[in-house]
Design a protein around this ligand. Structure first.
Ligand SMILES: Cc1ncc(COP(=O)(O)O)c(C=O)c1O
Length: 449
């Protein structure tokens, strides 16, 4: 029988969840915080490439990648080797108090991935939310202003500062009381549901008007606004890309008003869209960029990168005990090498291949409203009726659950979309399996809906 290391597509040997998985799920229910959402009963034990094996020996094709984290796949030998070597040499020395050569090395490498005229500086943290918290603080510090603007549907994290920006699902905010003051939200350009009938290229004109003609005049004077924060492709919000012109116009408005443009690349970055950063597709140069997830193949590392003229805060104004941990940085160095030397291009190619095969799903399946995204950030919106566009979360959940029972891991996104965010190393055989499986699931769901 082939081992997890040899298989490229799934193999299920028990009903799901299997007996050992059921034991873990029971223990989890007893001891773990009930706030964790858990999409379905996957109890992972090991992983290799795009394959995850559960505790009962079932293997799955992973098109979720730990929420777009395992960019180089699970346990890539080069990443594992870098981690092991570094763990044997130095596991921790707080980069806030002391130097170690890994931090500037990785910072230099990251900065080199970012086009633009101005030099940049980097701050390392542990998670996406920590990157966003730091970006908020830096924007306020640099501008001496405090107001913040974010978008409906956005997700920037779960700690109180980033949660004040997050406007994805009200369950994420409900019950936690007052959040940061001085935060307002405006609509995100959502071409499939554009109230003005725009296309994916032109959607958002009216939102920019709203920002300049209403928000700036009636709520926040622009000279009080520290930052506008935007995901170039909304992740948790439903894998919705912002049109290039929209990001360019936001940059123009920010530049004119002295507002920091913070681009949150936590989910869309590190090669996933076929370029290092999704904002590059729009040719902009943000003031601050937030990075996490795919940067270190699963080790907890995040960063925010800012223009040198912006990151001028004084000694002691910001720090992090673990940020830039040597083992995480070693993992990131190996990860970025792999992305640069093949996986980013593979993400572009495989994205084109998959979109080429599924772009006509709205014509072939009456419950598919929209297929969208870029590279290996692929969203499929499920509706009850293509004419009314009624959102069908129940049908979406049914498709995801059926896919799991056929050995394919995907995730939900937004109110009624399926997201595919596989490791960047998948090949055509694996893409074909995922497409075939989802097509079966869509067909079965349609039959019973
Ligand atoms: C765009 C974006 N920003 C920030 C975050 C928060 O990251 P973390 O869960 O690592 O705190 C996420 C997490 O999904 C995200 O998708």
């Amino acid at each position: 029988m082939p081992t997890t290391l040899e298989v490229k597509t799934p193999r299920l040997i028990t009903a799901l969840p299997g007996p050992k998985a059921q034991q873990v799920i029971a223990a989890d229910a007893k001891y773990m915080s009930p706030s964790l959402t858990r999409e379905y009963a996957l109890v992972a034990k090991k992983g290799h490439g795009a394959i995850v094996e559960d505790v009962d020996g079932n293997s799955f094709l992973d098109f979720a990648a730990g929420i777009a984290v395992c960019s180089t796949g699970h346990c890539h030998p080069k990443v594992v080797d870098a981690i092991q070597k570094q763990a044997a040499e130095l596991m921790h020395i707080s980069g806030t108090d002391f130097y170690h050569h890994h931090m500037p090395q990785l910072a230099e490498k990251l900065v080199a991935t970012m086009p633009g005229k101005e030099a940049k500086k980097v701050f390392f943290g542990n998670s996406g939310t920590e990157a966003v918290e730091g970006a908020i603080k830096l924007a306020r510090y640099a501008t001496k202003r405090d107001k913040l603007i974010a978008f409906y549907g956005c997700f920037h994290g779960r700690t109180l500062g980033s949660l004040s920006l997050t406007a994805s699902k009200n369950t994420q905010r409900k019950g936690f009381g007052a959040l940061l003051g001085g935060v307002e939200h405006i609509p995100f350009p959502y071409a499939y549901r554009c109230p003005h009938g725009h296309t994916a290229e032109t959607c958002g004109t009216e939102i920019l008007e709203l920002l300049e003609q209403q928000m700036f005049k009636r709520l926040f004077a622009p000279e009080e606004i520290a930052a506008i924060i935007v995901e170039p492709i909304q992740g948790e919000g439903g894998f919705i890309p912002a049109p290039a012109f929209f990001l360019q116009e936001l940059q123009r408005i920010c530049n004119r008003q002295g507002i920091m443009l913070i681009v949150d690349e936590v989910q869309s970055g590190v090669g996933r869209t076929g370029k290092w950063w999704a904002y590059e597709h729009a040719g902009i140069e943000p003031d601050i960029v937030c990075i996490a997830k795919g940067i270190a193949s699963g080790m907890p590392l995040s960063a925010f990168v800012a223009k040198e003229s912006v990151m001028t805060w004084k000694k002691g104004s910001h720090g992090s005990t673990y940020g830039g941990n040597p083992v995480c940085v070693a993992s990131a160095m190996a990860t970025l090498d792999l992305i640069e030397n093949g996986y980013m291009e593979n993400a572009r190619k495989m994205g084109e291949y998959i979109f080429g095969r599924i772009g006509d799903w709205p014509k072939r399946f009456k419950i598919v409203g929209d297929v969208r995204g870029k590279g290996l950030m692929i969203g499929v919106e499920i509706v009850r009726d293509q004419k009314t566009k009624e959102k069908a979360a129940d049908l979406r959940d049914a498709v995801i659950s059926k896919a799991f029972h056929k050995g394919l891991l995907t995730l939900s996104s937004g109110e009624n979309s399926i997201r595919m965010s596989p490791p960047l190393l998948i090949d055509e055989e694996q893409a074909d399996f995922a497409i075939r499986t989802l097509e079966e699931c869509l067909r079965e769901t349609e039959r019973t809906s």
